[in-house]
Ligand binder design. Structure first.
Ligand code: TXE
Length: 454
């Protein structure tokens, strides 16, 4: 096996850099250093950990432009999105910097003594990150894990390691202890699997495909190791006939074509009530044609290329035999470009069931509220979704009935780090973000102190 892999710019198909492929021994070394660093970190004063995380956040803030430019180069994200992502990492760090001083246990009334609980860190946490949002998804794991007193070993995706590597450097530059947060590059089968099998990694956080996530969970089960899974999605954008159709249609492209559809929350099925189906498609067409696909370095660009040539082939395969209603545009030439497509589909079509992870949206009609809910729930996934209606009662009923972890009414809300995020069904296990995420990186210890005189 080669000791390096080549990172490619997806907008030009040109190589950018060679990155080391860690061996098993190198992974084990990083874990051993993490074990040592964690002991000192967990033993330090809560305020010291809070200050260290705030210093890390400031270092990220000071390098937002550099991180954003790296993401444009490595992932083809439009510069506006990439700046948002880099700033988001700093915000996530700042938010969880409050956690060390707030991880309070309980005092539980008992006879003959005092009973208290402690939130003990796991020790070393292994975080496995996909290529679609390299910085943000990494931070959702490492910020609360560090805040709770753990050390972190982080494996970025082979395709997109550059921002994670830079974040690892910035942590050290900001004064975080050596070994506490280590970015280990390499393959999933070596580095990722070692996080699963190594006895000193006490929790794993995995974001990626449902297939690999299931294997990771099975491996963690064999080692009795807790695991958080953020997996695929086939989220529904449900448009009722009483909705503000203009707004629903104007916002629909952003909800699925953002990041070229390579978003676990992409609203990749638009379910439209039959009575407004034709009108909605009329309104959607100009919005899709106006969607700006091109050079990610330009401020005006809304969508860049797909991540790789092989991923482009996978996305293209979904269009075999599909009924394309209309499409947007994309540049010609080098780079892994793919135009946005709107496809008319039936509920059992592959396009209506499987995650495309590209700029292809399936539109399906439904008859009434019950039919819309049935269709929304008619996939193995349950991550996100949007509901468009002016009827308050319906908004409440439908948002309770759709089996998804993150829903939005009359908008397509993006992730807010201070609110919980996580999927149901095949979209995941356990949650991330929100007020309780640091606690997810601890286990509760209960201690009884006898007070009765002997
Ligand atoms: O994901 P993988 P890939 C979906 C999406 C996409 C498909 C494939 O449909 O087209 O998955 O993407 C590491 N043990 N999503 O191939 O393979 C791997 O190195 C431990 C949806 O990138 O799941 C990478 O760091 N780790 C999703 C990470 O797991 C292993 C986001 C994800 O890789 C491993 C990404 C193993 N055996 C892809 N094999 C979403 N919905 O957000 C691989 N890895």
């Amino acid at each position: 096996m080669s000791a390096t892999f080549t990172v490619i710019n997806p907008a030009t198909a040109q190589p950018i850099r060679e990155i080391g492929r860690a061996s098993l021994d190198e992974v084990d070394d990083a874990i051993a250093r993490a074990v040592r660093a964690q002991r000192a970190w967990a033993g330090s004063a809560p305020v010291a950990r809070a200050d260290a995380l705030r210093a890390f956040a400031r270092a990220v803030e000071d390098h937002v432009e550099e991180l954003a430019q790296l993401e444009v180069l490595n992932s083809g994200h439009p510069i506006g999105s990439a700046r948002w992502e880099a700033a988001h990492v700093a915000q996530v760090l700042n938010f969880y910097a409050g956690a060390p001083e707030r991880l309070s246990g309980q005092q539980i009334p008992v006879a003959g003594g005092l009973d208290v609980t402690f939130h003990e860190p796991y020790g070393v946490v292994g975080i496995i990150v996909p290529w679609n949002f390299p910085m943000t998804i990494a931070s959702w794991g490492f910020a609360p894990a560090l805040a709770a007193g753990n050390a972190v070993v982080l494996k970025p995706a082979e395709l997109t390691p550059l921002t994670a590597l830079r974040l690892g450097e910035l942590a050290l530059e900001a004064g975080m202890p050596e070994g506490l947060f280590t970015v280990v590059t390499g393959s999933g089968s070596v580095v990722g699997q070692r996080f699963v099998s190594h006895p000193d990694v006490r929790k794993v956080v995995f974001t990626g495909s449902t297939g690999v996530g299931t294997d990771v969970a099975a491996g963690c089960a064999r080692n009795l190791k807790p695991v958080t899974l953020e997996l695929g999605g086939k989220s529904a954008n449900i448009v009722f006939d009483d909705a503000d159709l203009e707004l629903a249609a104007a916002s629909a492209p952003g909800a699925v074509f953002d990041n070229a559809g390579q978003d676990c929350c992409a609203r990749s099925r638009i379910l439209v009530q039959r009575s407004v189906y034709d009108r909605f498609l009329e309104l959607l067409e100009p919005a899709v044609r106006d969607w700006q696909v091109g050079d990610p370095a330009l401020e005006s660009t809304q969508m860049g290329p797909l991540i790789s040539a092989s991923h482009r082939s996978t996305v293209a395969s979904f269009l075999d035999g599909a009924d394309v209603a209309f499409r947007g545009s994309a540049p010609e030439g080098d780079g892994f470009w793919f135009a946005p497509h709107v496809v008319l589909a039936s509920p059992q079509d592959r396009l209506a069931q499987e995650e495309v992870f590209g700029p292809v949206v399936a539109v399906l009609p439904f008859d009434d509220e019950a039919d819309g809910i049935r269709l929304a729930n008619d996939t193995i996934y349950g991550l996100a979704g949007s509901i468009w209606t002016e009827n308050l009662g319906r908004a409440v009923r439908v948002s309770r009935a759709v089996k998804s972890g993150v829903l939005s009414v009359n908008s397509h809300s993006s992730v807010r780090y201070w609110t919980p995020f996580g999927g149901m069904k095949a979209s995941g296990l356990g949650g991330e973000l929100g007020p309780d995420a640091a606690e997810h990186f601890t286990e509760t210890k209960n201690v009884f102190f006898a007070t009765d005189a002997p």
